[in-house]
Design a protein around this ligand. Structure first.
Ligand code: ADP
Ligand code: MG
Length: 253
């Protein structure tokens, strides 16, 4: 089986700061891989490298077997044109800490936007798909609400529906519940749990250890730009092998 994500020897620096120092990571189709680690350890940068929002300095990033952002010929890498990168990104949904919905569009219009403009869907087809997706995230009744009329948890669920509208093969989540009031976290995690149960491949940066333990197939602990350890979530969380992991977990558990 071709891995959904195959990162090999990923290095990334900003100026003199080496933020990713040789990351190897494999995520299989249907797998939910959770990434934890202290602030500044490179988690967001790694996610952004998966869809070439950051250009890697060394290594290879493959999604579903294809190099991301590059074409390889004669052992050399040639960066793809922006339009070709955009084509690759269609298959990779991303949900951020901040929801970034279009404030002047309703929930349904937010979900319809990319299928309409990028895929050229008809208004009625996009509308039908948007309704089904909003139903899936439990927001069918709020389809005509504007983001400002929705709670943070509801906005984040619209953001998830919007990402799903492009029928991605892979979903990237970067601390999707970190900006939410505590009582709104559960509803977003429930939607993500449903996605996982439906077989979506997910790479999730999170501080929600309960989610990582129950929903994650694998758990990766990052620190200072390297993967310190990874494994079955329950094992990593209950019996970490490295002192750095132990020390981190003692602060967050
Ligand atoms: P995390 O998500 O684990 O908190 P990040 O990947 O956001 O970590 O950041 C890792 C390091 O890279 C931090 O020291 C951060 O300041 C730095 N960094 C991230 N993005 C940039 C950027 N665009 N320019 C310069 N430094 C950056
Ligand atoms: Mg981050």
């Amino acid at each position: 089986m071709t891995p959904m994500v195959e990162a090999t020897g990923i290095h990334k620096s900003f100026g003199r700061t080496e933020v990713l120092r040789g990351i190897d990571l494999v995520v299989e189709p249907g797998e939910v891989c959770c990434i934890i680690g202290p602030s500044g350890s490179g988690k967001s940068t790694l996610l952004r490298c998966v869809n070439h929002l950051e250009r890697i300095d060394a290594g290879r990033m493959r999604v579903d077997g294809s190099l991301v952002g590059y074409r390889e010929s004669g052992g050399k890498l040639h960066e793809l044109r922006e339009s070709e990168v955009a084509r690759q990104r269609r298959d990779i949904g991303m949900v951020f800490q901040r929801f970034n919905l279009f404030p002047h569009m309703t929930a349904a219009e937010n979900v319809m936007e990319a299928p309409r403009t990028v895929l050229g869907r008809s208004r009625s087809a996009a509308r039908k798909e948007a309704d089904a997706l909003l139903d899936r995230v439990g927001l069918a009744a709020r389809r005509d609400a504007y983001p400002g009329q929705l709670s943070g948890g509801q906005q984040q669920r619209v953001a998830i529906a919007r990402a799903l509208a492009m029928q991605p093969r892979l979903m990237l989540f970067d601390e999707p519940t970190s900006a939410l009031d505590p009582e709104l976290v559960g509803e977003v995690l429930d939607v993500m749990r449903g996605l996982a149960a439906d077989g979506m491949t997910m790479l999730v940066v999170t501080h929600e250890m309960g989610f990582a333990r129950e929903v994650g197939d694998s758990l990766v602990f990052m620190d200072e730009g390297v993967i310190v350890e990874s494994g079955v979530p329950r094992d990593v969380l209950s019996a970490p092998r490295h002192e750095r992991t132990r020390s981190f977990l003692s602060k967050v558990l």
